[in-house]
Design a protein around this ligand. Sequence first.
Ligand code: ATP
Ligand code: MG
Length: 138
Amino acid sequence: MERTLSIIKPDGVARGLIGEVIKRFESEGIRIAAMKMVFMSKAQAEGFYAVHRERPFFGSLMDFMTSGPAVVMVLEGENVIAKNRELMGATNYKEAAEGTIRRDFATDIEKNVVHGSDSPETAEFEIGYFFNKLEIVG
Ligand code: ATP
Ligand code: MG
């Protein structure tokens, strides 16, 4: 069993896509082990996306991620890191495969509805960033 961090970004929450995204996870047999809504501060968003600090889009990404509430979840399942990335689709929704969340709902390379950890190491960091052990239901 593997765990990963998923975020329904502020665009997804504002557009009423929480249920749609969760339905896609659950119908693939992915279990939600933890979930909460967060309205990130600048400092929280900067800490979460620290790896992208030098990227030209960082400032805009920070404005976006702090523009409204997001839903953060711990997903659990076999091979769930890769499986979640597959369900999400490519970062750029124009390149995302048909039937993926980003292809179906993203409106912009930045406003792409969901986040998912991209490796076991980032999953561990990202889960710990938002949840303590007691908040993750085994
Ligand atoms: P995420 O980390 O959110 O799951 P990702 O791993 O597919 O997405 P990253 O390269 O980690 O993509 O970029 C993080 C986020 O930064 C993207 O999801 C998107 O919101 C934004 N982003 C990435 N590239 C660009 C870009 N060229 N222009 C604007 N925003 C971008
Ligand atoms: Mg990423």
